[in-house]
Structures are given as structure tokens and as C-alpha cells.
Design a protein around this ligand. Sequence first.
Ligand code: NAI
Ligand code: 15L
Length: 268
Amino acid sequence: MTTTPFKRLLLTGAAGGLGQVLRQRLSGCAEVLRLSDIAPMAPASGPHEEVVPCDLADKAAVHALVAGVDAIVHFGGVSTEHAFEDILGPNICGVFHIYEAARQHGVKRIIFASSNHVIGFYGQDQRIDAHAQRRPDSYYGLSKCYGEDVASFYFDRYGIETVSIRIGSSFPAPQNPRMLCTWLSYDDLTQLIERGLFTANVGHTVVYGASNNRMVWWDNRHAAHLGYQPKDSSEVFRAEVEAKPAPAADDPSMRYQGGAFVAAGPFA
Ligand code: NAI
Ligand code: 15L
């Protein structure tokens, strides 16, 4: 795997929880990191950063945003369950705008922040790989299914390569029993993004984003070419998590891989 930095790398969702973490961690991946979000961001800290506000739902604005970048780490959008109408612009139109701009500007590599919620209706007693039929658990999960399909289409039709990371739960620490299985540390997320950016010939690869947790639901055999080797484990947080009252056994958070998302809504 070569790790020659890109000249200019775009990070969307830069004001978000993960975006703020990745702003620091991806700085070595490019000479210039272009940071974008609809929400306010800290100003550029030097010539190695550019801050470009943009609404992903605005096609012309996204076209301008992507001009001059070599690769995109697409983390922007609505990140939890909402009414479909609230997800449509940022996530559905937004991902299309990103890929269409990438095509027009000749960008050849994208990392897409997909989610475990594309398969959230699988039970916690099931083990699946990236070829398992998707079972989205929410309008949010549906939007991530669409994003993965856009990535697949733009590879087959235009040769734009993507690594879609089905992120589990990427937070400083797991917050409940489910997250002991889904937790992805920031170090392991960073490793996945770097491998996604710099591994040759990824086509459209789907990889599950979980750390080296004791309990795993997801099999990454179809992404072995990335060489992802998670270093962290949720096990160090187990006692802390188990000291809290556990949800009832029939609570969705204890039954489904997608947890509470399976029971969100309806919104009308
Ligand atoms: P977040 O909600 O903190 O960050 C998302 C960012 O996208 C926000 O800063 C928000 O302002 C921005 N955004 C929303 N609508 C926008 C629009 N119309 N135009 C431009 N920017 C817009 O979420 P987080 O946790 O940082 O997640 C980042 C990405 O990773 C999201 O795409 C999320 O779906 C995905 N993900 C995160 C997981 C996690 O455990 N943190 C798990 C699975 C997926
Ligand atoms: C996600 O996709 C969300 O963006 C994040 O906020 C968490 O809810 C995570 O999944 C999860 O499933 O824990």
C-alpha cells in the first residue's frame, strides 16, 4: 500500500463528531485538506487547510466544492433517523451530487461513510458478510443503501473507486451492551479510511467498521484486500457498560444489529 499523500483531499461533515476527529487525523493524507459542512467550522489553521461551507443538497455548490480535489472522504449528511423529507436533501441528493461532481472533475477515489443501519434488521444472533442481502432499518439506513448503490454504479459506469465503510458505533467509548459489538475506535476508523484511500484497485469495496471486539456480528472476508487490522477492543469498557442497568431482553437494542433504529418513527 502506497501512502503518498494526495495534493488536495475533501472531507465533508467536517463540523460533525467524526469530522472534527478526522480533521486532525487525516492531515497527513494530503498537502491540503479541504473541510466542508453546512454547520460552522473552526477557521483554517494554516495553508494546509481550506474551509468551504456547503449545503450538500445544493448541486451547484457541491460542484464548486469538488473542483480541484483528488479524493473525497464523504462523511457529511444526516446521521440519525429522521423523517424521509429531512434525509432526502443531505443524504440522497447529497451523495448523488458528490459522485456527479467527482465524475465531472475527474476524482477517482471516494470513502463513503455508510452505516450498520443498512443491515440493521438482522438479529444479534446472526453473522453476516458484505454479500448478505441488505435489511435497512430506517429511512436513514435506506439513504445509506442508496449511497452504496451510487458508489457501485459510478465504479461500473465511470471507474470511480469507493470504499463504503459500514460504520458500527464510532464514539470515544461504547455506551451500551449493543455497542460492545458495534464499537469502532477512532484509531481503527482512521486506519480504515487510510487503507481505503491508499489501497490500489478497490473497485467498490464494502467493509464493516468495527474494532477487534470480543463479540462480532460482521465478517470482513470480502474486504481482505484492504488489509484492515483493528487494534482496539471494546472489552476494556465492558465492566463500565455492564455496571449500568441493562435494557430488557426484548428491547430492540438487545435484539437487532441496528438497535433502537428499527423502532424509530413513524413520523407522519
Ligand atoms: P454528525 O451528525 O456529528 O456529523 C454529520 C455532519 O454532516 C454534521 O456536522 C452536519 O452539519 C453535516 N451535514 C448535515 N446535513 C448537511 C448538509 N445538507 N450539507 C452539508 N453538511 C451537512 O455525525 P457523525 O457521527 O460525525 O457521522 C459522520 C458520518 O458517519 C455520517 O455520514 C454518519 O451517517 C456516518 N456514520 C457515523 C457513525 C458513528 O458511529 N458516528 C456510524 C455509522 C455511520
Ligand atoms: C449510525 O449510523 C449513527 O450515525 C450513529 O449516530 C450511531 O447511531 C451508530 O449508527 C450506531 O448504530 O450506534
